[in-house]
Ligand binder design. Structure first.
Ligand SMILES: Cc1cc2nc3c(=O)[nH]c(=O)nc-3n(C[C@H](O)[C@H](O)[C@H](O)COP(=O)(O)OP(=O)(O)OC[C@H]3O[C@@H](n4cnc5c(N)ncnc54)[C@H](O)[C@@H]3O)c2cc1C
Length: 328
């Protein structure tokens, strides 16, 4: 199917195949991958502009939430390795049949014995005593436990637990912008699509072809645009691809700028990401920004949770393996 795609020329396809083969040779073997950008790597592999713009960029910028000239090559190669090379099933996508909120809903957790969720209870401070965490304070209430897993975004950690002495120098965020458009009539029958050579990267048909969600990852350049400018940009680009959108009336629009969507997967970050264990025996870290082995993604966050849970189980003298390593 790759050889048949019309948006790439023969030269582009050959170049991409050569570079994908190089991923197989270099991923996990070449030391500099965490110190160079993905764009530098692609230029080294002499990728034509169209191959970069229409293959590497759409695949990698969405997966890693960073531009090619800022993303560490390591993460880009990892995506290609896992998606195309590591196993014959790597291309398969699992699509949940229900929203995540339902899949992990609070009531389901509460059916498990000895699990209690306290929602909307932000922790203000972790209290340390005698070289260990002794409690967390939330809205004046104190709660104590044997172990504390801090799974907050990295920028929150210093305020909650300065005792950990974490240094986030050099860490940056990478934004994601979502634009929801509601038209007065269906403008597409496609469930979703990637727009090539445009600012919009993806659109998703949220309901009956009338409610369209547009997504732009690594959307740093859009942060200064006004809401109305973003809506016009999305409308204009959609209209180029969807003829029905030209005459349809826009009934409503909603813009969500997630300025701190993920940490920025810059060169050098892999070495900075901390492991689950901290200098305190009963305090563990989790989150997509910790050393999960994955770029900043939901899967990375899940993996970090497994690693933190393994560390707790081991500290209790009952080691368990939850983490499934990537295919070798
Ligand atoms: C718009 C958008 C689209 C995305 N799309 C994708 C995608 O398609 N695929 C993908 O894999 N990833 C995607 N991501 C990235 C993904 O959402 C993150 O990588 C993932 O959610 C990180 O999980 P986490 O548990 O580390 O952090 P979070 O999901 O940020 O969870 C941290 C939690 O800590 C809570 N918290 C903060 N402070 C406190 C406190 N003081 N006390 C208690 N709790 C606190 C927060 O409320 C939050 O619930 C997207 C992100 C955004 C913003």
């Amino acid at each position: 199917s790759f050889l048949g795609v019309k948006f790439l020329g023969f030269e582009d396809k050959l170049a991409i195949l050569r570079a994908v083969a190089a991923v197989g040779r270099e991923y996990r073997r070449r030391q500099e991958l965490d110190r160079m950008t993905m764009l530098e790597w692609l230029e080294e592999k002499r990728q034509p502009g169209r191959a970069i713009g229409r293959f590497w960029r759409p695949v990698l910028v969405s997966a890693v939430n960073e531009e090619l000239d800022r993303m560490a090559a390591r993460y880009g190669l990892q995506v290609i390795w896992l998606g195309f090379l590591a196993s014959a099933q790597g291309y398969e996508l699992g699509v949940p049949a229900v929203p995540l909120g339902e899949l992990y809903r609070a009531e389901a957790w509460q059916r498990l014995e000895r699990v209690r969720l306290r929602l909307r209870a932000a922790v203000d401070r972790v209290v340390f005593r005698g070289g260990r965490a002794a409690a967390v304070v939330s809205a004046g209430e104190t709660a104590s436990a044997d172990f504390y897993i801090l799974a907050v975004p990295f920028e929150r950690l210093a305020g909650l637990a300065p005792e950990l002495g974490m240094d986030f120098t050099g860490w940056e965020h990478s934004p994601i912008t979502g634009i929801h458009l509601w038209y007065d009539r269906p403008v597409t029958e496609l469930p979703h699509a990637t727009l090539l050579d445009r600012t919009i990267q993806w659109f998703f048909n949220k309901a009956e072809g009338r409610h369209i969600q547009v997504v732009v990852s690594a959307s740093r350049k859009l942060l200064d645009l006004k809401r109305s400018e973003l809506v016009e940009l999305a409308r204009g680009e959609l209209a180029e691809f969807l003829p029905s959108a030209r005459s349809a009336r826009l009934e409503q629009a909603h813009v969500i700028k997630e300025v701190r969507a993920t940490f920025s997967a810059l060169p050098g970050m892999e070495a900075r990401r901390p492991p689950a264990r901290t200098g305190f025996d009963n305090v563990l870290l989790a989150g997509d920004w910790t050393h999960s082995g994955w770029p900043p993604t939901m899967e990375g966050a899940v993996r970090s949770g497994y690693l933190a849970a393994e560390a707790v189980a081991a500290a209790c003298g009952r080691p368990v393996r939850f983490f499934k390593p990537d295919p070798a």
